[in-house]
Design a protein around this ligand. Structure first.
Ligand SMILES: [Zn+2]
Length: 375
């Protein structure tokens, strides 16, 4: 994974994002930081869930900014609008720019069930089109009498220096971007992720947040947890909570595993506290990508989720099971495995540890050291 031009952080040169001396890395010129612990307001999210922070950027859908977080901003970021408002604004955004107008752009990797297509949107690559889009949303909400002051407090929206409303960056992207709503526990849209699809998806960053944290009158979404179960769970009482990576995989899991309440985090290292809370006094199933057996960073993040889970259970004196899902490694994500009809195995934590590569075992057992006697 480490290539020329990259370096690990160290005690002498700690991570510019989380301040810790290990796990994270940076390019030697410090233009790009890869933080293993925080993806909050990252410019994009790496495939293993790390936050990727650019000091200056042009090619991802976020504004130019400085890595030095302590530097004063041009204006204070807005407080996040209540989720009811964000939900209204994002629903209008998707209504004005729905995915199914662009269905031909979807590549074969699209595996979300068709019935969900209407849920997703497409963010146009043209900055001018996005300005018009933002204005149309503002007008539509004003007509409906919604009390949204110029879309303030809605991540992704902001005002340009000439006073125009904008959504996303103020420059043209390489391509249109898939707009994926992250739904809260109450079923309302709390934030949106952007995904590069089509011909540019191999060269441009895959995922980022729709954020305006570093813009005038803007704000960021943080790293919310997506609750697919809030809209798709049909059972009477929740017995099992299943966590997977991202909202798209969560939608697929929910439709194949209707007796689970499915949540999706934005990366393996994010939203652990919220996942543990959602699964309190219920069984927890973890379905991160198959590289949780071979990639030490993913194994470490998974073990850290297990550690939070176990320490809460010890505190509450309850012991519902925690299982790690395993499937044929030809399939990277559980969504592909479920669609292909592959058998899914449910491992307990010791069984999972036994199957790890030595490097992964070290990373995982380090995380678990405080809660169980590691051998
Ligand atoms: Zn870091």
């Amino acid at each position: 994974m480490m290539t020329v031009g990259y370096q690990r952080v160290s005690r002498r040169s700690p991570c510019g994002i989380c301040g810790k001396p290990d796990w994270c890395s940076t390019t030697r010129d410090h233009r790009i930081t890869f933080c293993a612990r925080s993806a909050t307001d990252a410019d994009r999210i790496s495939s293993s869930g790390w936050g990727v922070f650019y000091r200056e950027i042009r090619h991802v859908p976020h504004p130019v900014y400085s890595l030095q977080r302590k530097q004063p901003r041009s204006s204070k970021p807005n407080a996040l609008a209540p989720v009811e408002i964000r939900d209204k604004v994002y629903k209008e955004l998707i209504r004005f720019s729905p995915l199914f107008d662009h269905i031909s752009l979807l590549s074969e990797e699209w595996v979300s069930p068709d019935q969900y297509l209407s849920r997703y949107g497409m963010l146009p690559k043209s900055a001018q089109r996005r300005q018009r889009l933002a204005q149309s949303i503002d007008d539509a909400l004003a007509k409906k009498g919604a009390r949204v002051r110029a879309l303030r407090g809605v991540p992704g929206f902001w005002r340009t220096s000439n006073g125009r409303l904008q959504v996303g960056g103020n420059y043209d992207y390489a391509d249109d971007l898939l707009l994926i709503p992250f739904i809260g526990s109450n079923g309302l849209i709390q934030a949106c992720q952007l995904k590069a699809i089509g011909k540019n998806s191999r060269t441009s960053p895959k995922y980022s947040w729709l954020s305006s944290i570093r813009q005038r009158d803007g704000c960021g979404p943080g790293t919310p947890l997506h609750y697919e179960g809030a809209i798709g769970f049909k059972g009477k009482t929740i017995e099992t909570v299943l966590v997977t990576e991202g909202a798209l995989k969560a939608a697929t899991c929910q439709s194949f595993l209707p007796d689970r309440y499915v949540v999706g985090n934005s990366g393996v290292a994010t939203s652990h506290r919220e996942i543990v809370k959602a699964a309190r006094k219920k069984a927890l199933e973890i379905a991160f990508d198959a590289d949780c057996f071979t990639n030490p960073h993913v194994a470490r993040a998974l073990a850290s989720l297990v550690a939070s889970r176990v320490s809460e259970q010890q505190f509450l004196s309850c012991e519902q099971p925690t299982r790690i899902l395993k499937w044929d490694k030809r399939f990277k994500g559980i969504d592909d495995a479920l669609i292909a009809g592959a058998t899914v195995h449910y491992l307990d934590v010791p069984e999972w540890l036994k199957l790890l590569t030595p490097e992964c075992f070290d990373a995982a057992s380090h995380q678990l050291a405080d809660i169980s006697p590691s051998k």
